[in-house]
Write a protein that binds this ligand. Structure first.
Ligand code: FE
Length: 214
């Protein structure tokens, strides 16, 4: 039986080492400082209420929230009820440089992966702006990222993402399944001791439709 090969979808970009160590540290500082007012919360699956293995928060005018009511974007932190902090300017610059999209991102998810955390294969589908790219930044421990196709059963390929790497899911890859199999504990010394082992993933998204996005 022949195995169908993985075909890398158009619009997928892996930009290794996009952020230098000083820029990575500045992003980590901004993230950890935001936790003082906007702490990590535990997202849960709709219906079942099963917790995801990541914890999260957000930057930006909208944040991604998941609980028994479903997946959605909300302007306020689900625990504190206050608007999320603005995105650090370096993330807006990144979006301008690699996003190729005329409207700015509205949400920056902050996902915290502890040593046992993973993210099952899924398609990002909660945005009205479904053609805008998703841009992600890895900070801290390495992770094994998996990319597949539009169908869950499509062949997949894995990539190791290191701190400072940027991934762009644009074009056809925007509709493709992806997930994180595992992190590699203690593979980076970027994060402060209290946060190791662990990985922070930042994900920039355009949520609302813009006129040209129909
Ligand atoms: Fe995703």
């Amino acid at each position: 039986m022949s195995r169908t090969p993985f075909i890398q979808p158009d619009g997928f970009k892996l930009l290794p080492g996009y952020f230098d160590v000083a820029s990575q540290r500045a992003l980590v500082d901004a993230v950890l400082d935001s936790f003082k007012t906007h702490p990590l919360y535990q997202p849960t699956m709709p219906r079942t209420g099963q917790p995801l293995s990541v914890k999260m928060s957000n930057f930006g005018p909208l944040g991604w929230v998941s609980d028994r009511q479903g997946y959605r974007y909300e302007p306020n932190h689900p625990k504190t009820g206050t608007p999320f902090r603005p995105m650090p300017p370096s993330l807006l610059d990144l979006w301008d440089e690699v996003g190729g999209w005329p409207a700015p991102p509205e949400a920056c998810l902050i996902n915290w992966y502890g040593p046992g955390a993973r993210m099952g294969l899924h398609v990002d589908a909660d945005e009205d702006a479904k053609y805008a790219p998703v841009v992600s930044i890895s900070l801290g421990d390495k992770a094994r990222f998996r990319l597949g196709g539009p169908n869950r059963s499509d062949p997949t390929r894995s990539f190791v993402l290191s701190s400072g790497d940027v991934v762009v899911l644009g074009g056809n890859s925007r509709r493709c399944h992806h997930g994180v199999d595992r992190i590699y504990p203690e593979s980076s010394t970027l994060l402060p001791r209290d946060w190791r082992p662990g990985r922070i993933n930042l994900t920039l998204r355009r949520v609302k439709n813009t006129p040209q996005d129909t």
